[in-house]
Write a protein of this length. Structure first.
Lengths: 189, 639
C-alpha cells in the first residue's frame, strides 16, 4: 500500500492542474467584467475623423462635402421619416437647436419630398441636412439603427455615439455635459 | 395576480431546492435512507412548482399582460399566439426560467429513475443537483426576475419580440439546447457523487451512460436546429459562424462526445476512470461557462442577450463556485482511482484514447480562440479584437479529419489487441473510398481538389467499414451496437455535407430588376415579380424568381413595431442541392441587391447530426441496461 502511494504521488500534482487552470480562468472572467460594454456601444470610429463624403443637400440637391460641415463642435443626427422613434426625438432636437447648438441631419434611406414635408410640418432643427439615399455614408459611419446621434468636436472627430432617440433627460444628464466639454476644448484651442 | 402567483411558485421551488440539497447530502453522509426518500419527493415538488410557474407566466404572455415588464419588452399584441408563447424565452429572464425548469425536470427524472442506485449514491446525486438548482433559482429570483411588473405602465401594445426570433426555429431550438446543456448536470452530479462515495466502477459508468447519452443527443439536436435555423433565417446561406454563442454550445458538445466514449472504456474495461470523471465535471462546467459568456456580455456576439453587469458577476460567481468545488473534490479524491489494464498495438482502447485526445484538442483550440478576445482585452486594457472563421477552420478541420480516420478503424478493432490481418479488408475499402473521393471533385467542378478528396474519402471509408461490419454481424445485432454504427455513419454524413458544401457552393451577388434573367451555375434565374405582402406584424417586399418550374420567394421583411428588417431567403431544399435566393437592399430606383446561391449537400450536415442523435437514444434502449438494472435491483434489495 505504501509503495502504491509513492507510485501515485506524481499523479496527484496532475490532478490539481484542472483546478489551477480554472481558477486562472475565473480571474480572467472577473477581470473581463470590468471591461464589459455597459450601455454605450463601442464604435471603431470613436476619436476618428468623420469619413469623407459627397452627398446632396436635402433641400437644394447641391453636393456637400466635409468642408460644408459647421465650424466648431456639432451634433450629427441620423434620422428618417419612416423611423417612428425619430418623431419622439424631434422636440428634443428642436430644443437643442434653440440653444444655438449646430445640428447636422443625415436623412437616412428616405425620400426627399417626404423628408422636406416632415420638416415643414413639425419644424426643422437642422442647420444642414444631408440626404443619404442608399445608406452608403451610413455604412461608413457605422449606422445600424435609426435614430443615432454622433457628437463631433471642433476638429471634426467623432467623439461619442448614441443609439436610439435622445430623451430630454438623456440630453441633460449624459450627452449635453459631454458636448459641453467638446465645446470647451474647442474654445481653449 | 397570475404573475405574482408564478413568482411565488418560483420562490417555493427555491425552498424545495434548498431542502433537496440538505436532505440529499445529510441523508447520504449520515446514512439516513428515509431522508433520501424525502429528497425524491422534494425533487418532484420542485419540478411541479416550476412547471406551474412557467405555464402561468406563459399564460400571461398569451393574455398580453403588458403590465409585466418582461412581457412588455418582448411580446406584442399583434403576434400570432405561438410566437407569443415562445416569446417567453426570447430574452434573458424568460429563457433562464426555461433553463431552471429544465434543470428541475432532470432532477425529477433522476429522483424517479434512481431505484437501482444505493441510497447513499442517490442521496449525493440528488444533493449535488439540489445545490445546482439553488444556484440557478437564486440567480433567477435575484438578478433576472421575469415576473416583475412595470410601473408606471408604459405601453399598451408591447415592444415586440426580436424579429429574428419570430420563427419556427425559436420554438424548438432553445428548448432542445437547454435540455442538452442542463442534462449534463446529471453526469456532473454522478461524477461528484462518485468522488464523494469513492466508488467509481463499471456500475457507476453504466448508470451515467444513459443520462449522458440522452443529454448529448438532445444537445446534438439543439445545435443542428440552431445551424439550420441560422441557414434559412439569417437569410445569407451561412450555417455555422464560429460565433461565441455557437461555440458556447459546441464546446460542451465536444466534451460530451469525449465523455460518452470515455465512459464506454470505463464501463467495459475499467480504464480511464480519472479522466472520465474529469470530463464529466468539465462538460457541465463548460455549459456554465457558455452561459456566462452568452449572458454577461463579455464577448460581442450576434445573439447575445441584453447586457447587465450584475448578471455577469452573479454567473461568474456560480461558475467559479461550481468549478472550484468540483475540481477541488477531484484533486483530493481522484488519486484513489486506479485503472489497471494493459493493451497493446491497435486496440479499441487506443482508438478511444485517440478519440479523446483529438476531441480534447479541438475543444482546447475552440476554447482558446473563443476566449482570445477576452485575454486580449484584459492585457491591452480594453482593446477589442475578434477572430474570424478562418482561424477556427484551420485548426478544427484537420483534427476532425484525423478523428474520422480513427473512426474508420473502430468496427475492426477489438479490445486489448487486434490481429493485424483483420485490417486488410479495410485497406481495400480505403482504396475504393479514395478513388471515389478523387472522382467527386471532378464531378462537381471538373478539377482535382485534394482537400475535398481527403475529407470525403476518409468519410466514405468510415461508412464502408461500418456498413461491412454491420453486415457481418447482422445476426447478433444489439441496440447499442446499432446505435454506435449509426452515430458514426451520421458523423461521416455530416463530414461529407460540410466538405461538399464548403468546397462547391456557388454564390453570386447581383443587382437585378424585375424582368432580368441571370445565369448562375447551370441554371437560369428569372426575376419575375416584386410585390408587397402583409404579415400579421410586418410588411414585406417579396420577390418571385423562376428557375425552370421552381418558384423561389425571398422576402425582405420590415417589422413595424421595432422597425427591424429581416431577410427571409427563398429556398428550394433538395437532398443533393439547395437553391437559395436572398433579397437585399434596394439599389437605385428599380434594382435590388440579390444573392443567388447553390448549396450542394447542405442538408447532409443536419441529416448526419439527426442520425447521430437518434443513435444516441437507440444505444441507451439497449436491453443490457434494462437487464443490469434488474440485477442491481436484486442486489440492492439484498444488501
Amino acid at each position: 500500500m505504501v509503495a502504491d502511494r509513492r507510485n501515485f504521488a506524481p499523479l496527484r500534482v496532475a490532478l490539481w492542474l484542472p483546478l489551477i487552470a480554472f481558477v486562472g480562468l475565473c480571474v480572467v472572467f472577473f477581470a473581463s467584467l470590468e471591461f464589459s460594454p455597459r450601455n454605450e456601444l463601442p464604435s471603431p470610429l470613436i476619436d476618428r475623423p468623420v469619413p469623407s463624403f459627397s452627398l446632396p443637400d436635402l433641400h437644394s440637391a447641391v453636393q456637400r462635402t466635409g468642408d460644408d460641415l459647421p465650424e466648431g463642435a456639432f451634433l450629427l443626427n441620423v434620422w428618417a421619416t419612416w423611423c417612428f422613434p425619430c418623431r419622439e426625438e424631434h422636440p428634443v432636437l428642436m430644443d437643442i437647436a434653440a440653444e444655438g447648438i449646430a445640428v447636422v441631419g443625415l436623412n437616412y434611406k428616405d425620400e426627399d419630398l417626404k423628408a422636406i414635408a416632415w420638416l415643414n410640418n413639425i419644424g426643422d432643427p437642422y442647420r444642414l441636412n444631408l440626404a443619404d439615399h442608399d445608406g452608403a455614408f451610413g455604412v461608413d459611419m457605422g449606422v445600424y439603427g435609426v435614430p443615432a446621434t454622433y457628437l463631433i468636436d471642433g476638429d471634426h472627430n467623432i467623439r461619442y455615439k448614441h443609439i436610439g432617440p435622445i430623451s430630454a433627460s438623456q440630453w441633460r444628464e449624459e450627452l449635453g455635459p459631454i458636448f459641453e466639454t467638446l465645446l470647451g476644448a474647442n474654445d481653449r484651442a | 395576480m397570475i404573475p405574482e402567483l408564478a413568482h411565488f411558485l418560483c420562490v417555493l421551488a427555491f425552498t424545495c431546492a434548498t431542502a433537496l440539497a440538505i436532505a440529499g447530502f445529510l441523508g447520504a453522509s449520515r446514512f439516513q435512507p428515509a431522508w433520501v426518500s424525502a429528497a425524491k419527493q422534494i425533487a418532484y415538488a420542485q419540478f411541479l412548482f416550476l412547471l406551474c410557474s412557467f405555464v402561468l407566466l406563459d399564460i400571461s404572455f398569451l393574455r398580453d399582460d403588458f403590465t409585466v415588464q418582461y412581457i412588455a419588452d418582448n411580446s406584442n399584441s399583434l403576434l400570432p399566439w405561438y410566437y407569443k408563447a415562445s416569446a417567453m424565452w426570447g430574452d434573458h429572464e424568460g429563457s433562464f426560467l426555461l433553463w431552471t425548469l429544465v434543470m428541475a425536470g432532470w432532477t425529477g427524472a433522476v429522483a424517479l429513475r434512481g431505484k437501482s442506485l444505493s441510497y447513499e449514491m442517490h442521496g449525493y446525486v440528488l444533493g449535488v443537483l439540489g445545490l445546482i438548482n439553488v444556484a440557478f433559482l437564486l440567480f433567477l429570483l435575484s438578478a433576472s426576475n421575469p415576473f416583475l411588473r412595470a410601473f408606471p405602465l408604459e405601453t399598451t401594445v408591447g415592444a415586440d419580440l426580436n424579429a429574428i426570433l419570430q420563427d419556427y426555429g425559436h420554438l424548438v431550438h432553445p428548448p432542445f439546447l437547454y435540455l442538452g446543456y442542463v442534462g449534463f448536470s446529471v453526469a456532473f452530479a454522478y461524477a461528484a457523487a462518485a468522488l464523494l462515495t469513492g466508488r467509481i466502477d463499471a456500475a457507476w459508468a453504466r448508470w451515467s451512460r444513459p443520462w449522458t447519452n440522452t443529454a448529448w443527443a438532445l444537445l446534438t439536436v439543439g445545435i443542428a436546429l440552431g445551424s439550420w435555423w441560422a441557414y434559412y433565417e439569417l437569410g445569407w446561406g451561412g450555417w455555422w459562424f464560429w460565433d461565441p454563442v455557437e461555440n458556447a454550445s459546441f464546446m460542451p458538445w465536444l466534451a460530451g462526445t469525449a465523455l460518452i466514449h470515455s465512459l464506454a472504456v470505463t464501463e467495459k474495461r475499467g480504464a480511464f476512470k480519472s479522466w472520465t470523471v474529469l470530463l464529466a465535471l468539465l462538460t457541465f462546467t463548460l455549459c456554465l461557462v457558455g452561459a456566462f459568456l452568452v449572458r454577461s456580455g463579455v464577448l460581442t456576439s450576434v445573439h447575445a442577450f441584453a447586457i447587465d453587469p450584475e448578471r455577469g458577476l452573479f454567473l461568474a460567481v456560480i461558475v467559479t463556485l461550481v468549478a472550484c468545488l468540483s475540481l477541488s473534490l477531484y484533486a483530493f479524491r481522484a488519486n484513489r482511482l486506479r485503472s489497471r489494464i494493459s493493451y497493446g498495438g491497435v486496440s479499441r482502447e487506443l482508438l478511444l484514447l485517440a478519440n479523446n485526445v483529438l476531441l480534447t484538442l479541438a475543444l482546447a483550440v475552440i476554447f482558446l480562440y473563443t476566449l482570445y478576445p477576452l485575454f486580449y482585452e484584459w492585457i491591452t486594457g480594453g482593446e477589442r479584437v475578434s477572430l474570424g472563421p478562418p482561424y477556427f477552420n484551420r485548426a478544427f478541420v484537420p483534427l476532425m479529419t484525423m478523428l474520422a480516420a480513427c473512426l474508420a478503424l473502430v468496427p475492426i478493432a477489438r479490445w486489448k489487441r487486434t490481429p493485424m490481418e483483420l485490417f486488410r479488408p479495410s485497406l481495400y475499402m480505403l482504396g475504393g473510398a479514395f478513388a471515389l473521393g478523387l472522382l467527386i471533385p471532378l464531378i462537381y467542378s471538373g478539377a482535382l481538389h485534394l482537400g475535398v478528396t481527403l475529407c470525403v474519402s476518409v468519410a466514405l471509408w468510415v461508412v464502408s467499414t461500418h456498413v461491412a461490419d454491420f453486415y457481418r454481424s447482422r445476426r447478433s445485432l444489439t441496440l447499442s451496437f446499432v446505435g454506435m454504427s449509426v452515430a458514426h455513419i451520421g458523423f461521416a454524413v455530416t463530414v461529407i455535407g460540410v466538405t461538399i458544401t464548403s468546397g462547391f457552393s456557388i454564390s453570386q451577388d447581383l443587382r437585378l430588376s424585375v424582368g432580368d434573367e441571370v445565369q448562375v451555375g447551370d441554371r437560369t434565374y428569372l426575376f419575375e415579380d416584386l410585390r408587397i405582402v402583409h404579415g400579421p406584424n410586418y410588411v414585406a417586399h417579396q420577390a418571385q424568381f423562376a428557375v425552370g418550374d421552381i418558384r423561389l420567394l425571398p422576402e425582405r421583411r420590415q417589422y413595424t413595431t421595432r422597425n427591424a428588417v429581416t431577410t427571409e431567403a427563398g429556398i428550394r431544399p433538395g437532398f443533393t442541392n439547395d437553391l437559395l435566393v436572398s433579397l437585399g437592399e434596394p439599389v437605385g430606383d428599380e434594382s435590388w441587391a440579390v444573392r443567388i446561391q447553390e448549396k450542394p449537400l447542405i442538408r447532409w450536415i443536419w441529416l448526419g447530426a439527426f442520425l447521430a442523435a437518434v443513435a444516441g437514444v437507440l444505444a441507451i434502449l439497449d436491453v443490457r441496461y434494462r437487464r443490469l438494472r434488474l440485477r442491481e435491483n436484486v442486489l440492492a434489495s439484498d444488501s
